[in-house]
Design a protein around this ligand. Sequence first.
Ligand SMILES: Cc1cc2nc3c(=O)[nH]c(=O)nc-3n(C[C@H](O)[C@H](O)[C@H](O)COP(=O)(O)OP(=O)(O)OC[C@H]3O[C@@H](n4cnc5c(N)ncnc54)[C@H](O)[C@@H]3O)c2cc1C
Length: 459
Amino acid sequence: MNERILDADVGIVGAGPGGMAAAVELARAGLRVLVLDEGARPGGQIFRQLPAGAAGGKIAEPPSHHHGHALLQQFGAGAITVRSQAVVWNAQPGRLWFEQEGASWLLRCQRIVLAPGAYDRCIPFPGWTLPGVITAGAAQVMVRGFGIRPGQRALVAGTGPLLLPTVTALLAAGVRVVAALEAAPRLAALKALPGVFGNGARLREAFWYARQLLQRGVRLQWSSAMFACEGDGVVRRAVIGKVDRHGRPRRETARTVDVDVVCAGFGLVPSIELGQLLGCAIARTDVRGGWCVTVDEVQRTSVPSVLAVGEICGIGGGEVAMAEGRLAASAVLADLRGGEVPAALRARVRSERKAADAMLRAFPPLPGLYELADAPTIVCRCEDVPLAKVREAAELHGRDARGIKMGCRAGMGPCQARICGPSLQAMACGDGRVPMDAPVVQVPVKAVSVGTMLAAPPG
Ligand SMILES: Cc1cc2nc3c(=O)[nH]c(=O)nc-3n(C[C@H](O)[C@H](O)[C@H](O)COP(=O)(O)OP(=O)(O)OC[C@H]3O[C@@H](n4cnc5c(N)ncnc54)[C@H](O)[C@@H]3O)c2cc1C
């Protein structure tokens, strides 16, 4: 018997809202559930918890987060085996290989539920590689996951609903937010209204954020963006100004603000690598962040024993992830025990997705934002490739992802194109509307030691 091989009925990747909701329902029904998450504590991105015993002030949260607290409690109280700081690096149907505390493990299970979430979309601009320039998601991870204050004077800029929680997290950490810039025009807020008004929770959330900003004297500046960051080894200033309705900088409006931290948020990209590795079909859904794992009406992927929930199926937020987690659990139970998936669970997912889509449609990553970078701007920060070289490579080898990679190594460093990949082809073509090719995935999907791979228990 190999002690590094575990068995469960269902293996879940990700202890965010999607994974936790699925785990709670499956455990309630008596199935053996094992959840793997690379984080130190459950919660995922939205319900991120400080490390046990860590100091950190209380951060005000919107009303919808009460569902998250209830879910965390149920998750903690359920008969669920959780492996934290467990990085899943390889997968086959019925098999998940992971590294935990330097050891190599295999989980064998009848069903896999993928709930690995998303990552920040990056759009390069001059100065974005300066220390002190971070993504909006990173700012939240620092404040809410580690109790770290990222700076004293912050600029928050980009587009999409995630800018608001970033501002409130920074304010709660005692950071002064000198400007909050939304590239979309004010009209976008009106376009988002059908999604907000059709969904009580989102309406309450929108009002809550508006009140938070008002009370703290932070005004969201519409049709505005950060053009560049400047500094001598660390960020000291940001050049900001107005953009047109396509997001193109109106350079005549440029002005400078003094800052020591800049949080740039351009939306999220689904984390689909494990789905691809398992052979699940993927499709591009631009409104939901690009390439997503395709699922049927009960969250089954094209691989019979694999289901997917939350951001991996398209960006949608915590409420969508929880609803999909519960639906997937019900589908697993129907498969393994027989019975029907309740229609109410499907209806809930449809309604949450509809509201989320309306919101996302109002805040697309505007094509003009891809014009912020100039020739020397680094596009691939792992391999230090500037925009000029990316364009040269595209000219010589073709404008597809493969041609660009072959020509200049952009996207071939340790992040495996997670950072530059979604914008690489748009940057190469000088046209923000150019979509990315389907990402290429290979083992390991996360950085683990060679020792871990060599010691991997055989499947
Ligand atoms: C950095 C960041 C911050 C965000 N902050 C907010 C916010 O404040 N408010 C908001 O409304 N939305 C926020 N979001 C959006 C968020 O993605 C969703 O609202 C929600 O958390 C999605 O739930 P999920 O279950 O799909 O995934 P997540 O909550 O992202 O959970 C996925 C989990 O899977 C784990 N995981 C991923 N890959 C692996 C692997 N290979 N091995 C092991 N574990 C793995 C991760 O550690 C994570 O805990 C944030 C997103 C990001 C990327």
